[in-house]
Design a protein around this ligand. Sequence first.
Ligand code: GLC
Length: 467
Amino acid sequence: MTDVAGQADEESDGDRRRFAQYHFAVNNILHIYNRMKKLSLFVISLVICMVGLAQYRPAKENLNARKQFQNNKFGIFIHWGIYSMLGDGEWVMNNKHINHEEYTHLADGFCPSKFNADEWVKAFKAAGARYITFTTRHHDGFSMFTTAESNYNIVDGTPYGKDVVKALAEACRKHDIGLHLYYSHLDWQRLDYPLGRTGLKLGRPTDRQDWESYFSFMNRQLTELLTNYGKIDCIWFDGWWDHDQDPSFDWHLPEQYALIHKLQPACLIGNNHHGAVNQGEDIQMFEQDLPGQNTYGLQGDASISELPLETCLTMNGDWGYSITDKKYKSTEKLIQMLVGAAGRNANLLLNVGPRPDGQIPVEALERLKGIGEWMKVNGETIYDTRGGMVAPRDWGVTTQKGDTLYVHILNLADKALFLSVAAKSVAKARMFADKKPVGVVKANDGVLLQLPAVPTGVDTIVEVQLK
Ligand code: GLC
């Protein structure tokens, strides 16, 4: 028994030892596992942080494109789509609560018999514009280009059957003018679009919303736009604000921007979100107001960034064709907006809303012609310049190219103009128009330019040579 008992004791000692060893090993494994778990969690969060904080580094060609964009100074915005047929602006579907299915029948009748991409681009170029921005797909969701993503497009869905983006891309290449593409984030037609604050009265079912599906649709379309039409100089986003009342809504912009920059690194990205610029954006955009102004109330708290700037502006009060809106700004006013933009280091993107037949309204053509005539004579003081060393004033603005400061007097009732530039840095000054000398008198903290007469006309330009 004893033996048996002794044996039993030895066995239980051995068991205890084995158990203790086993316990020790398990503890060690658990400890290592926990350490590993903490470490991997740490590594994962580190990676997430790094991705989140990763600074967007624009490619060299992108930085060059930004300079080119700033040199260009003047572009033409074109709002044209099946909405043009209703002659009531591009928001007509939303504003008139047009049923989403009924609206699609507009496409069945869209046949712009007078559309001629070459004529358009020639008129824009003659106006002095160096790029166009075309609405490839506006909020109504209709694609003005051929797309494998939906039949709701100009090639498959209209009797016209031709790709106007292709025609415009060819005309732009032929006439050496840049091509920018407007693309709406917001969509009033697709059922997978996650509804925001607009387009809620169009009879759409609300149970088919699917962000993943909509996001990949947009990215596939953007891929088409950036692969099928040659060099695209800018993607111009709009509609972000449809979800601005839901701070948790995530448009996944970094992923979309990265896709664009991967497909065409030089392609500039701008987003008309009216707010401060986001990572991945290459230009900052302003709507209806010059940077620093906010008469329209759209600028929110957007501070002016270091990025190239652009202000878009309607010629009358509408973007899309309006059959009743004849409140066109005068040619003089439009020239002053262009000069005012340049003096604020910004480009002007001036809008035209072609008619459904494809013709540009005559009022717009007249103004384009007038701007073109002015630019032919004065373009030297606008193109390739940057906002001048004297900030915008009530009397006007300055632009600058190297040592030449162009003083644009837009509004002055006196024969002399005080310029806050140290006298010792001014070599001489002359009228830009007839090169007649302008007296420069030293004054406190600046100089007084003695003009030959009280300035009249759209823009009196003095060319100041700096030392
Ligand atoms: C606004 C409008 C849109 C227009 C755009 C142009 O965002 O919603 O219709 O295309 O401005 O800047």
